[in-house]
Ligand binder design. Sequence first.
Ligand code: FAD
Length: 291
Amino acid sequence: MSGYRTPISLEFFPAKTPESAAKLRAVRHNLYPLQPAFCSVTYGAGGSTQEGTFATLREMLSEGAQAASHFSCIGATRATVRSQLGQLQTMGVKRIVALRGDLPTGYGPAGEFRYASDLVAFIRAETGDYFSVEVAAYPEIHPQSATSGADLQAFATKVKAGANSAITQYFFNSDAYFRFVDDVQALGVDVPIVPGIMPITNCTQLMRFSDACGAEIPRWIRLRLEGYGDDIESIKSFGLDVVSDLCDQLLSVGVPALHFYTMNQSAPVLALCDRLGLSIPRTEPSLRLRA
Ligand code: FAD
């Protein structure tokens, strides 16, 4: 046995109340034994969650985790982004997931950044190589793109602006990912493209997210989920089978890593990693955890 394990990373969203912050702390502590390469925290478009995002990052850093900040630029000015990059550097954050974000309709002016590629270029111009920069990728095509070709070109531009790697929107059809990787490689993009993995635990929530972000739920999966009605245990069990099969297909071709959308829950990710043989034996050194 080589002992190599495909790296994993974990994504959280910031808590809104002291109670949910305590719950999130417990979730992180349940997941740290998986030894994630990094843990990222989402950032609401227009800076709406900045305080919560930064507070969560500080906590994760104090717990000994590698913390990555998502950062969406829509609605922002160069001056505010410059100031926030400075705050992240002071905190010791070294990794950014650079995004455009989506402003709610009628939110106000779009700001001084139009696309994520503008943010990536700005981060590089302001901070050089200090940050490792991830960008978003869409194997099933970003919902606002006129054509798949235009979306691929936009992705290549974003990477060439200075991204180190990419994390995909979630998908349930591995062919879309494999095709995307081939297509961007043909455009000269050779950064790691890490599949984003969404555990299936809740039918209504999954349908809502997928409609909003353009991730396709194959018809047979949608029908099976709908057929379970309120039977949460069957949904979870079926979801675990579907998503672990998907991860098996990805791991079998040697994907660079897996990025889990935890939805601030530990049990689904623990179950998946256990099924996939990605859990670290408890006897190995794990993250140093502070109470
Ligand atoms: P971009 O790369 O700027 O692309 C947006 C659209 O513009 C695409 O259709 C693209 O094809 C097009 N485009 C890009 N460049 C050009 C160009 N030069 N000319 C013409 N068209 C162009 N949202 C948040 O608000 N907070 C988060 O924390 C967050 N985290 C995310 C994490 C991941 C891994 C992913 C996949 C998404 C995340 N999102 C988050 C959602 C994201 O903000 C939305 O999907 C948003 O609609 C697009 O962001 P982007 O960075 O991909 O934008």
